[in-house]
Design a protein around this ligand. Structure first.
Ligand code: SF4
Ligand code: SF4
Length: 313
């Protein structure tokens, strides 16, 4: 059961706990760019346009949500306000009216929604499919849903026809494995009766993958999916850590320190600072990442091999 975070900015007590895990606070120490700052500003009448800089700064990593004792939907607050802002800015939604080719009428038991960037690495994608499949067929969806993920991040409306086209082949499968953290969360709400797992969770649950991790490894959890299903996934990753001895990008509150490798409003320096923070006090002999986009960020900072969890075998 996903945790219910339905409360709004009105519930903010100003406790500041969300600051502890927020990468934007850590890098800027600017309270206006935090959930605390946004919620308090709104309690005093601020609107989306007043908060434009703050809204742009949020990476949607989700690390603030498990920290908030008031269970405020802090990521939803940002995307909702971004939607209002987009209306005022007359932003163009990321839909071009061309629907991707359908995947067919009968879906296999497991469907993988890979990131577009994985198509640049067919060897890795093949290896991931083989590992996930075992004796069961796995198909890669022909529709990566990138435009839908962008719309979710920006709080923009998704045309019903586009959404139905994306979801139709997924409704007839038993299990969907998805690399994009934002789609992971949305699919949990859109598809009932279908098991949804993040790619990192699915791969790291495999015994053959677990057996390849050891105490010299730093295992980097993809933060968006992790924080949106924090209560359930913390047990999964705790057992992985205990079984393998590897360290993880978890802080004292057991939030996953995000690299925010795909953060739009921040530059390379911001991302590298996050990576240095994760590495502080650690001397891993190898870094294993769930998010493909994290590989170049860690390679720039660390002098050890950096691989995707799908390449462990
Ligand atoms: S989603 Fe991430 S970047 Fe945005 S406020 Fe929360 S912790 Fe900070
Ligand atoms: S943790 Fe929640 S209640 Fe506390 S300041 Fe942040 S948003 Fe407000």
């Amino acid at each position: 059961m996903m945790p219910l975070r339905s409360r709004t900015y009105t519930a903010c007590s100003g406790c500041s706990l969300c600051l502890l895990s927020c990468p934007v606070w850590r890098n800027t120490h600017d309270i206006r760019l935090t959930p605390h700052g946004r919620a308090k500003a709104m309690q005093h009448g601020a609107t989306a346009i007043d908060l434009a800089e703050s809204l742009d700064s949020c990476t949607l990593c989700g690390a603030c949500e498990p920290a908030c004792p008031e269970s405020i939907d802090l990521v939803g607050m940002v995307t909702g306000l971004r939607g209002e802002l987009a209306l005022q800015r007359e932003a163009t939604p990321p839909f071009d009216g061309v629907l991707p080719a359908p995947t067919g009428n009968i879906s296999p038991p497991t469907m993988l929604i890979a990131e577009q960037s994985m198509s640049d690495n067919p060897g890795l994608l093949r290896s991931i499919i083989e590992q996930l499949g075992g004796d069961v067929a796995v198909s890669v969806s022909s529709d990566s849903g990138t435009d839908i993920s962008i719309a979710l991040s920006d709080g923009l409306p998704i045309p019903a026809e586009r959404l139905e086209h994306f979801l139709a082949p997924l409704r007839t499968t038993l299990r969907v494995i998805v690399a994009d953290g934002r789609l992971f969360y949305a699919l949990k709400n859109w598809l009932h009766g279908v098991t949804i797992a993040s790619l990192g969770e699915a791969l790291s649950a495999l015994p053959q993958v677990r057996s390849k991790l050891s105490d010299g490894d730093l295992y980097v959890i993809e933060s968006v999916a992790f924080h949106r299903d924090h209560e359930r996934l913390i047990s999964h990753y705790d057992s992985l850590r205990l079984a393998s001895g590897c360290s993880m990008n978890l802080d004292l509150q057991r939030m996953a320190v995000p690299t925010t490798a795909s953060a739009r409003a921040h530059g390379r320096e911001f991302v590298e600072e996050q990576v240095r923070w994760i590495l502080q006090g650690r001397a891993p002999t190898r870094i294993v990442v769930e998010d493909l986009a994290d590989i170049p960020a860690f390679q720039r900072v660390a002098d050890v091999p950096v691989i995707h969890v799908g390449a462990l075998l």
